[in-house]
Write a protein that binds this ligand. Structure first.
Ligand code: CA
Length: 228
């Protein structure tokens, strides 16, 4: 089995080193990073099985990182590392979609137990992560997409867009809804980008296949549905 990939975002070098050592010893692949902005970039560059996220960081706070992760439909498990006396951070973190939190200073055994629990729940989710519509199948965990048995290669953004369509299938979605749901509210461009990406997606997963699944609703937006 492949090693689980864990990103440790922690600016206190001593804590980061202990985490790296212990998690590596447990058989995980660990990368540590101390700056908030660098962390956000690494989060976007590859798929992680788990992120351990400190709150107080140089560059960008853990809370802001989490907000950005979750605004883009990214459900990577996140465990927040919070200071003992900051109830606010815990509440905000959980509200924003953190899966768990560990209070510093922590017992390493407790932290490892939380890590195992988060990875387990991710695995059980990914087993049930297959989505089907007509002859299109999508694996949320592996990002694999098949149409009529043929693998469709999508970029990360195209995949997010398709996933959003599938999760909201049969609903007519406006460009603004798609922009919010897929690009998140940190996107400041105009809604033309939605049309551009819908075109990319159609070229890959509808062109040459029947039935067409993405339909234009004039004056409103788009809908994904099996027309049969
Ligand atoms: Ca810190």
């Amino acid at each position: 089995m492949e090693k689980s990939q864990i990103l440790v975002v922690e600016d206190e070098e001593k804590i980061a080193r202990v985490l790296e050592l212990e998690l590596t010893f447990e058989g995980y692949h660990v990368e540590k990073i101390h700056d908030g902005l660098d962390a956000l970039q690494r989060v976007r560059e590859q798929t992680w099985d788990l992120i351990l996220l400190d709150v107080m960081l140089p560059g960008m706070s853990g809370i802001d990182i989490l907000r950005r992760i979750r605004s883009g439909d990214d459900e990577t498990p996140v465990i927040m590392l919070t200071a003992k006396d900051s109830i606010d951070d815990k509440v905000t973190g959980l509200d924003l979609g953190a899966n768990d939190y560990v209070t510093k200073p922590f017992q390493i055994e407790e932290l490892l137990a939380r890590v195992r629990a988060s990875l387990r729940s991710k695995q059980s989710r990914s087993k049930a992560s297959g989505l089907m519509i007509a002859d299109l199948s999508i694996d949320e965990a592996t990002h694999e997409v098949y149409r009529n048995g043929e693998e469709i290669e999508l970029t990360a953004r195209e995949f997010s867009l398709l996933l959003y369509f599938v999760k909201n299938q049969r609903q007519v979605l406006s460009r603004d809804q798609l922009l919010d749901g897929v690009w998140g509210y940190d996107y400041y461009g105009d809604t033309n980008i939605v049309d551009v990406y819908v075109r990319y997606l159609r070229n890959k997963m509808d062109k040459g296949f029947e039935p067409k699944l993405i339909h234009t609703v004039r004056g409103v937006g788009y809908v994904l549905k099996d027309p049969r």
